[in-house]
Design a protein around this ligand. Sequence first.
Ligand code: TRH
Length: 375
Amino acid sequence: MKWDIFCNVVDNFGDIGVTWRLARQLVAEHGQSVRLWVDEPAVFAPLCPQADPEADSQWQQGVEIRHWRQDWQPAEAADVVIEAFACQLPGAYLDAMAARPEKPTWLNLEYLSAEDWVAGCHGLPSFQANGLQKAFYFPGFIEGTGGLLRESGLLERRQAFLTDPDARRAFLEELGVELDDDALLISLFAYENAALAGWLDVLAAGDRPVQLLVPVGRVLADLAKWLGEEKLTAGARFSRGKLAIQVLPFVSQDDYDRILWCCDFNAVRGEDSFVRAQWAGKPLLWHIYQQEEDAHWDKLEAFLVLYCAELSPAASAALTEGWRAWNRGEGMGEAWNGLLAQWPEVSLHADNWCRQQAARTDLATGLVQICTKPL
Ligand code: TRH
């Protein structure tokens, strides 16, 4: 089948991160023919370093990447049309969809949420002005939702990488990271966060060495402030007490996965890195994307309820407090010490959660299934 996936970059990397991941999986694992339309190809390029940020049309990993321009040029409508995150399709493309003798399957791929209402809305149809029907596809963590993006064999690849004694060290060395075997290795990908300083204070003053890897991005300004530096760039290294800090370059999606796999603890954000950290099977800290009227807190709490359901009350409280502190922007130092006290259980749980989620049908497979057997 032919697929058109439309991505409007709202901000940051998540919109294109999710659609690019989905597009290449549909090609690689399901033999689909996929065009990915993105309105800001320059935002795509960092995730796929071979990409040309200027190109109107290019092929990457079997996916045709098209610049979705304001001045839309006529294009044939595909068999399956995915509008990511409720983006508005071009009017002429909607007409082309309606004009097809065999109507396309039209889906709105929604944001990920663990909230209760999601399963009730997954798959709901809605009739559109052009006479076609569009359905809502909701990713999710529970039965009745559309699952999570997960490539086939992902956990096996992670396992093979981690059990090869030289692979982890060699990979990190390529990034300029010299591993300290005694240190706790942490990755930090976050938005601006006032809670960072308190956390760094505690890490620097702790008993155990910590190596903190920070890809270039929005949190660097807070990090620079704490370090007393004017500006930070990739490659910069610092040492404060027990804490060694290194700024990393922004790497491809696949290499970012490897960074997550290598670390003992991953601070992530948004939607896609949040899911990837779960596939790493290690304890994680989620900086949720802030929404108007604090709507993101409902999402955060809903995920915590689900994620902590099998934890002891003490471990659940420690993890919950850590995530709340990080997201409200204060109290992360004390919360970190609380989390350390529950480390063995929280670590084991991260691995169990990963395996439980991996037993479910992945999002791309779910999509292909409903396109062959509609919802
Ligand atoms: O970048 P994000 O904050 O993105 C989003 C979007 O802004 C979106 O508008 C919002 O709705 C959503 O969050 C919730 O976070 P996310 O989703 O984790 O996307 C980051 C992507 O960048 C992800 O695909 C992983 C990738 N990445 C790399 O490829 N290399 C890197 O070095 C790093 C740090 C990330």
